[in-house]
Design a protein around this ligand. Structure first.
Ligand code: SF4
Length: 235
C-alpha cells in the first residue's frame, strides 16, 4: 500500500509538471464518444492510465482533432518494462482507434516476438494521438499540445526502456534533429528513461535490407532488459 501511495505521489508530481493539472483534483471522466482503453487491466497501474485518458477526454487541444476518426491513445501492458513510441496514427489506426494495427504494425509484432516477448507484454503508443492529415509529420504546436499525455503514459507505465520508431519519433522525443541514421543504435535519455532509436517498421517494409540494423538495436534493448531472443530470432 505504501509503495502504491509513493508511486501515485511521484506520478502525480510528474503529471502536474507536465501540465496535467486536473488529474489529482477531478477524477470524473470527460465526455468522449470514443475513449480508447489499454488492452490489459492492471489493478495497480490502470487507474493511472485511466486518469490520463480521462484528462484527454474528447481532446480538441490541437487542430488534429478536426480530421481524426478516433483518438489513438495506446495499448499494452500497463506495467510494461518496454514502451514503443511511434510518430502518429495512420489510416488503419485512426479507423480502429489502436496503434500499429496495419502492415507496419504486423511487422512490429514480429519484432517484439523475436525479442522473446508478446505484443501484450509491451506498451505501444505515439507522440501524437490523432492522425495527421495525409500522414504528414506532426507540427510543433501539435507535438507540444500532445506531449503531456505521452508524459502521463510514461509516468503511469514507468517503462525501463523506450524504443522510438522512425526518424520523427526519435527527433521529436529527443529534441534532436540528427538524422535517424546516426541517432539509431545509440542510447539516449528521455525524462531519465533510456531511449533506443531505431527505424520505423513502415520503412523496413520498403527497405527490408535494413532489418539487420534494427535487430542490432533491439539486441541492445534485450541486453539491457536481460531478455533472451525467441528461437530463430529476427526474420
Ligand atoms: S493530437 Fe493530442 S493534443 Fe491534438 S487533438 Fe489529438 S489528443 Fe488532443
Amino acid at each position: 500500500m505504501r509503495e502504491l501511495v509513493t508511486e501515485l505521489r511521484a506520478w502525480l508530481a510528474w503529471a502536474q509538471e507536465s501540465g496535467l493539472q486536473n488529474l489529482a483534483m477531478d477524477p470524473r471522466p470527460s465526455p468522449s464518444p470514443n475513449p480508447p482503453e489499454p488492452t490489459k487491466v492492471s489493478p495497480r497501474k490502470l487507474p493511472l492510465l485511466q486518469s490520463v485518458i480521462d484528462e484527454l477526454g474528447d481532446c480538441t487541444r490541437c487542430k488534429l482533432h478536426r480530421t481524426r476518426t478516433n483518438i489513438v491513445f495506446g495499448v499494452g501492458n500497463p506495467e510494461a518494462r518496454l514502451m514503443f513510441v511511434g510518430e502518429g496514427p495512420g489510416e488503419d489506426e485512426d479507423l480502429q482507434g489502436l496503434p500499429f494495427v496495419g502492415k507496419a504494425g504486423q511487422l512490429l509484432t514480429k519484432m517484439i516476438e523475436a525479442m522473446g516477448l508478446r505484443r501484450e507484454d509491451v506498451y505501444i503508443c505515439n507522440t501524437v494521438k490523432c492522425r495527421p492529415p495525409n500522414n504528414r509529420n506532426p507540427e510543433p504546436d501539435e507535438l507540444n499540445a500532445c506531449e503531456p499525455f505521452l508524459k502521463g503514459q510514461l509516468g503511469a507505465v514507468k517503462p525501463e526502456v523506450i524504443v522510438t520508431l522512425g526518424k520523427f519519433a526519435a527527433q521529436s522525443l529527443l529534441r534532436d534533429s540528427t538524422p535517424i541514421t546516426r541517432l539509431r543504435g545509440q542510447w539516449r535519455e528521455y525524462e531519465g528513461i533510456p531511449v533506443m532509436a531505431t527505424f520505423h517498421p513502415a520503412y523496413l517494409l520498403r527497405s527490408p535490407g535494413e532489418k539487420g540494423k534494427v535487430w542490432e538495436d533491439l539486441k541492445q534493448v534485450m541486453k539491457k532488459l536481460g531478455l533472451q531472443p525467441a528461437k530463430g530470432g529476427a526474420s
